[in-house]
Write a protein that binds this ligand. Structure first.
Ligand SMILES: Nc1ncnc2c1ncn2[C@@H]1O[C@H](COP(=O)(O)OP(=O)(O)O)[C@@H](O)[C@H]1O
Ligand SMILES: [Mg+2]
Length: 348
């Protein structure tokens, strides 16, 4: 029995709690599935990197071999050394001097001959204090790297390239975890923190999650690009795409437009920082916005006479996450919460 589970966190606006919820979800999965590998993938190639806010330890790259990303790391820097290495990469004039390897290096550069490709495990960072089966792939938010990646992620034509790189990354990790004796695969859970809507990038991640978790079998990216054989050996596929919103009315409206683009039941909405009693507030707010009274509670669809354009059916099964100071795990040392989060019923 092998499992591939993919979870992506999206939003229309920044600052709604995607990275927080993605990180908590990854921590929870790692605790719950100690034998599985869990990856926290920071797809936010445009803004804050998880490397800026979590106590991470980068793989140590030797000064004379900084470009060799061809095997899993043997040694990790301390948290302080990691931060210093990130600063050095930011200051470096020579782009070949990387000092520290980010996800950007893998997503942007693909050799024409796949056999010379980097090993994605060489990009795995450790999360100080987190379960050992959790690895983090932080993106770089350094100006030098942004300059290089922005033209790619804002160009919709590059979307399939990024999606293919992400798919290759996942298939390489699965293959490298294959047990040589009995050929079995190790369970893999991938949590993707996706930046606010950017043409191309967020669609690439959503599409990869949906294709690779399709119940009736993996869907190829293109007719002339079949997915890797390894995906056929997965017995259980799961996928969840979360659209995170605050309970601010404008955010809810924007989320509704996003959600109405799909009827896939793997897409769920999370209303984050919803304080006590906010379900009632949201009902009142939505009732005003809809210009008519939804029948019963907010969990029902609006009446036919109401303007339904601000409504999305996924609101009916919204996950409500409270505003809770103990969820502020960023920029804090020893910040791995011990509690289990019932509200993260993430597993489909
Ligand atoms: N449920 C919550 N309760 C309290 N603080 C939260 C909650 N969710 C997020 N935050 C805080 O809100 C801020 C923005 O969250 P973040 O995860 O960085 O958002 P995003 O990734 O969407 O930009 C952070 O300071 C985080 O600690
Ligand atoms: Mg974020």
């Amino acid at each position: 029995m092998s499992v591939l589970a993919l979870y992506s966190f999206h939003s229309v606006k920044g600052g709604v709690g995607k990275s927080t919820l993605a990180t908590l979800n990854a921590l929870q999965l790692a605790k719950k599935h100690p034998d599985a590998r869990v990856l926290l993938v920071d797809m936010d190639l445009t803004g804050t990197s998880l490397a800026d806010v979590l106590p991470l330890q980068a793989p140590r790259v030797s000064e004379d071999n900084v470009l060799a990303l061809d095997s899993a790391a043997a040694e990790w820097c301390s948290v302080d050394d990691t931060r210093a290495a990130v600063r050095r990469r930011g200051d470096e004039v020579d782009p070949r001097q990387r000092h520290v390897a980010f996800l950007n290096d893998y997503l942007l550069f693909a050799p024409l001959d796949g056999s010379l490709d980097a090993d994605p495990r060489s990009l795995f960072w450790k999360y100080n204090g987190a379960p050992k089966n959790l690895d983090v792939l932080p993106s770089s938010a350094l100006p030098r790297d942004l300059q290089r990646i922005l033209p790619v992620i804002f160009d919709e034509h590059q979307s399939a390239f990024l999606e293919a790189r992400l798919e290759t990354l996942i298939s390489r990790v699965l293959s490298s975890d294959r047990n040589e004796a009995d050929e079995t695969l190790r369970d893999l859970h991938v949590v993707l923190d996706v930046p606010p809507t950017i043409p191309g990038l967020s669609r690439a991640v959503l599409s990869a999650v949906m294709r690779l978790s399709a119940r009736d079998g993996v869907v190829d990216l293109a007719d002339n690009r079949p997915t890797d054989r390894v995906f056929q050996d997965i017995e259980t596929r799961r996928g969840r795409a979360f659209v995170v919103t605050s309970r601010d009315l404008q955010d809810l409206r924007a989320a509704a437009r996003w959600l109405r683009a799909t009827t896939d039941d793997r897409v769920r909405v999370i209303v984050n920082r919803s304080d006590e009693g906010s379900a009632v507030q949201m009902r009142d707010e939505l009732r005003d916005a809809l210009g008519g009274a939804p029948t019963g509670s907010v969990l029902d669809a609006p009446t036919e006479s109401a303007d339904a354009s601000d409504w999305a059916p996924q609101f009916a099964s919204a996950i409500w996450v409270p505003n809770n100071p103990s969820l502020r795990i960023f920029r804090a040392e020893d910040a791995i919460p011990n509690e289990q989060f019932d509200w993260l019923e993430a597993e489909p």
